[in-house]
Design a protein around this ligand. Structure first.
Ligand code: HEM
Length: 401
């Protein structure tokens, strides 16, 4: 067994700083570190950049296997819809529809929606500023911009109060604990079910809403059954909206902590895409790892992984590996951050990366152009982060100007 003596994971770092445990694991002699997840399952935690890339590219370390209900896991409850496989990406591949996902999320789509997204980012900031200082940049921009894009490109037309309700359920469904009581685990299961029920009820209307959003296209293709379409919509909400909103909020905090980066973005707008890449490298998002299960015994650079073992790859730790990036803990708007693992690597590389980059560039551009500039209204270390959240997110980003 991998487990005995393994440290508890996640490490309990819910804010903008990575727990020291990551650096310690990265510089230890062993190539990977033994951890024990909140379910008591043993796992390998990979923190080095080179090994992370190799693990992510290795077909013997399987993403779908890690979604099976009986697989060892890091989350308190398997993240899956009732009766579903939870693995709608494989379902799409099997139905020959994976290209629809990559095309609908690809560079052409991002380019087409870019001017509208830029405009939305500016409008949201204008509205927030008009309402007076101090303001909350999280509710003013970080939750709303991805919502606007999600409705337009992915999910059809949702109401803001529906978003609030879904976010409240997802806040509960996407927690690690640690140490959740049986009662809290029940709440978590109920939150998952509420999300499922929401989309089961609303999907027919969402799919029929005007526009060329993805749920509409998928419904029109008439290949997935109703349940898989619902699971797909949930994936768009969780993997598309929740990641974008949490990451944008965290990235905005990074920017406000480094006002010189915003000046660079204003004076040299051509650097905005590079600044976004550096945000993706530097700003930690997940508090857990990208998860895989070994389908056979694997020797990965001297790390002997047994068939059936759980492997957690910390993209955050890899992105801060001094062997891959000079002074990795410095946020440097002049850096060439290409090769970062913010969107993963290999087969499961984020298909939404173009859409995510488009939103991030729009937000950074709009924020950089504001005069007078927005600044954090509290010391960065006083920001409160959501404890136990699978995706780091500040509870609010108070700003003034
Ligand atoms: C997968 C990050 C936005 C859809 C991933 C993975 C990462 C990631 C790291 C790989 C996970 C793994 O290897 O296990 C992000 C970040 C985002 C973002 C940081 C925002 C800043 C989006 C958006 C979509 C999306 C807008 C839109 C639909 C997906 C899907 C997968 C995925 C469907 C699963 C792919 C697979 O398993 O083959 N994302 N993502 N993501 N992402 Fe994103």
């Amino acid at each position: 067994a991998v487990s005995e003596g393994g440290r508890s994971y996640p490490f309990g770092d819910w804010g903008f700083e990575l727990a020291p445990g990551y650096a310690a694991a990265r510089s230890a002699r062993a190539p990977a570190c033994r951890v024990t997840t909140v379910t008591g399952d043993p796992a390998w935690l990979i923190t080095r950049y080179d090994l992370a890339r190799r693990a992510l590219a290795d077909p013997r370390l399987s993403g779908p296997e890690a979604l099976r209900p009986e697989a060892p896991r890091q989350e308190p409850l398997p993240l899956r819809a009732p009766e579903g496989t939870g693995d709608v990406i494989t379902t799409l591949r099997q139905a020959g529809l994976h290209h629809m996902l990559t095309e609908a999320l690809g560079p052409r789509t991002a380019k087409r929606h870019r001017p509208w997204t830029d405009e939305q980012a500016r409008l949201l900031l204008d509205t927030m500023v008009r309402d007076g200082s101090p303001a909350d940049l999280r509710s003013g921009l970080a939750l709303r911009l991805p919502f606007a894009v999600t409705c337009r490109v992915l999910l059809g037309d949702m109401e803001p109060d529906e978003l609030d309700r879904l976010n409240a359920h997802a806040d509960v469904a996407l927690t690690w604990g640690p140490g959740l009581s049986p009662h809290e685990i029940e709440d978590l299961a109920k939150a998952q079910e509420d999300i499922y029920r929401f989309f089961r009820r609303r999907l027919p209307e969402l799919a029929a809403a005007p526009g060329d959003h993805l749920v509409g296209k998928l419904a029109a293709a008439d290949v997935l059954d109703q349940r898989d379409q619902v699971v797909f919509a949930i994936m768009m909400f969780m993997a598309g909206y929740r990641t974008s909103a949490s990451f944008l909020a965290s990235a905005l905090v990074t920017l406000l902590r480094h006002p010189s980066a915003l000046r660079t973005a204003r004076e040299r707008p051509e650097r905005v895409p590079a600044i976004v890449e550096e945000l993706l490298r530097y700003t930690p998002m997940a508090t857990g790892g990208a998860k895989r299960v070994a389908t056979e015994d694997v020797d990965l650079d001297g790390l002997a992984i047994k068939a059936g073992a759980l492997v957690l790859i910390s993209l955050e730790a890899a992105n801060h590996d001094p062997a891959a990036f000079t002074e990795p803990d410095a946020f440097d708007p002049e850096r060439d951050a290409s090769g970062h693992l913010g969107f993963g690597h290999g087969k499961h590389f984020c298909p939404g990366n173009r859409l995510a980059r488009m939103q991030l560039e729009a937000a950074v551009g709009a924020l950089a152009d504001r005069a007078p500039p927005l600044r954090l209204a509290v010391p960065a270390h006083d920001l409160r982060w959501t404890k136990g959240a699978a995706f780091r997110t500040p509870q609010a980003i108070p700003v003034s100007w």
